[in-house]
Ligand binder design. Structure first.
Ligand SMILES: C[S@@+](CC[C@H](N)C(=O)[O-])C[C@H]1O[C@@H](n2cnc3c(N)ncnc32)[C@H](O)[C@@H]1O
Length: 473
């Protein structure tokens, strides 16, 4: 998973429609994005990368907001749309169904006045190539306005968790089981728009300077629990774009910022950021220790290119490698003082930033992630110099990917000790700390700080075999 914010801070590029071609309306664009995720099972990022260039720059923010919002509340909106339709739609009208969801989202969850929702949403059927669906779209949205309470009562009578919480049942079951005291807050926060959290580039200015810069312009700006972190009000979006373009700030959630802080890189140290792309934490490491010798690796060459862009913006340098970190430890010649393993994971701690995860993730994926995470830990541990440290981080809130993973790892190796980063890092699980969304102010992240004590090395018995990864946690 990435720490990427939702779209509003993306630079407004030119539309790429052909001469004479009409740009795509924001409602039609959102309907396409919703279809891409819910029906074609594509990631929202990938879908928007294709769709947004067809929208005029001034409408892109709205198209994104409607896409994200509709996906966050999809389970709820889906049940309403189904209840309002008097007959099932045909296969080719799937896109009209998605447009209805976008329309209902606006009526139910945004402050856009009803009259400003109705006409452009109904008109969007033309952009979608379904001109004959205008009357149906109009009727469904009007019926919702007229019969909202009645429809809600009818649905609620036999509603499942999809409708009540807009969460897939398996995810909800896990959250209830793993976090019986906190699951309701987690669910609520996961369905909200995330706050605009930024990291101030301490090499360019201080957090205090940055706060007073925004406050002087009467913008909401407040410090967060992370040393370089601030949270800004929504009105600042255009100002933030300028600051991002010059490398003065980066969009990064408070919990994500705590990862590099826990690694605490120092000038002159050899540092490995093993799953680095798109480079949010690599950039942070180099802001904290500009003279550290940083190696950034990622399996995905395309995403690694983004790390290059992030660093170029900050005039920072790192050695970049496209490599499988689960194998790196078995052939890399050197050792590192500090290794950051920001592991691939289910992403269940960042559902408000990535609502498509609710549609794309399967319960069976968790065991696969757990297997990979254990392989990554075991491989990368070999690269930690004696006395050095490895910080294991995920944006998951599932124990299998987090504390149980570390517990298992510590049973297998005999030269590792775990250090407690303290209460800022959330709940003490006994094998690392867990920040929960909606509970600790920010995304859900897990952290474990492991120190190499100089014992007898990898005790798993398959130390030279990168394929011998064992089972899940
Ligand atoms: C959570 S994201 C990293 C986010 C990044 N650290 C940041 O702060 O911007 C996980 C990354 O792990 C990469 N990845 C997945 N499997 C990998 C593997 N076996 N070896 C190296 N990288 C891997 C993915 O391509 C993805 O970029």
């Amino acid at each position: 998973m990435t720490d990427k914010p939702e779209d509003q801070t993306r630079p407004a590029n030119k539309a790429v429609t052909k001469p004479g071609e009409k740009p795509l309306s924001p409602r039609a664009a959102a309907a396409r994005a919703v279809r891409a995720v819910t029906m074609d099972k594509r990631s929202l990022d990938a879908a928007l990368a294709e769709i947004l260039p067809l929208v005029t720059p001034k409408d892109r923010g709205l198209a994104q907001e409607l896409s994200y919002g509709t996906l966050r509340h999809h389970g709820h909106l889906f049940a309403i749309a189904r209840a309002l339709l008097w007959k099932p739609l045909e296969y080719q009208d799937r896109i009209v169904f998605c447009l209805l969801l976008v329309g209902l989202y606006q009526l139910e969850y945004t402050r856009i006045p009803d009259h400003a929702v109705m006409h452009p949403t109904v008109e969007a059927v033309h952009d979608l190539g379904r001109p004959r669906s205008g009357p149906l779209t109009n009727a469904v949205l009007r019926n919702w306005r007229r019969k909202r309470e009645e429809v809600l009562r009818a649905i609620a009578a036999d509603a499942g968790p999809d409708f009540r919480f807009a969460f897939p049942p398996w995810m909800l079951k896990r959250l209830r089981g793993d976090w019986p005291k906190h699951w309701e807050n987690i669910v609520r926060y996961s369905n909200e728009r995330p706050p605009l959290c930024m990291r101030v580039n301490r090499r360019q200015w201080t957090r205090d300077d940055c706060l007073s810069h925004f406050r002087k312009q009467n913008f909401d700006a407040n410090p967060t629990a992370a040393e370089d972190g601030i949270v800004l009000g929504r009105r600042t979006v255009s100002k933030v774009r300028e600051a991002i373009a010059t490398g003065q700030m980066a969009v990064q959630d408070t919990s994500a910022q705590l990862a590099a802080a826990l690694l605490a890189p120092k000038d002159g140290e050899e540092v490995l950021d093993a799953c680095a792309a798109p480079g949010g934490k690599t950039g942070h490491i180099l802001e904290m220790a500009p003279k550290a010798k940083v190696t950034a690796a990622d399996l995905n060459l395309f995403r690694l290119f983004k790390v290059k862009q992030v660093l170029a913006l900050r005039k920072s340098k790192a050695a970049l490698f496209a490599a499988d970190a689960a194998e790196l430890g078995y052939w890399w010649p050197g050792k590192f003082d500090a290794v950051l393993l920001d592991s691939p994971c289910s992403g269940l701690g960042v559902l408000n930033r990535h609502p498509d995860i609710k549609h794309l993730r399967r319960e069976s994926d968790i065991a696969e992630y757990a297997k990979l995470q254990q392989a990554l830990l075991r491989s990368l541990w070999r690269l930690v110099a004696p006395g050095g440290r490895l910080v294991y981080v995920t944006c998951s809130i599932l124990p299998e990917e987090n504390n149980l993973q570390i517990k298992r790892f510590l049973r297998l190796v005999h030269d590792a000790s775990i250090e407690d980063p303290g209460d800022d890092y959330g709940i003490d699980t006994g094998h690392g700390r867990q920040r929960l969304p909606g509970v600790h102010g920010g995304d859900g992240f897990f952290y474990a700080l492991l120190r190499k004590t100089g014992g007898d090395g990898d005790g798993g018995g398959d130390g030279d075999n990168p394929g011998g990864t064992g089972g899940g946690a």
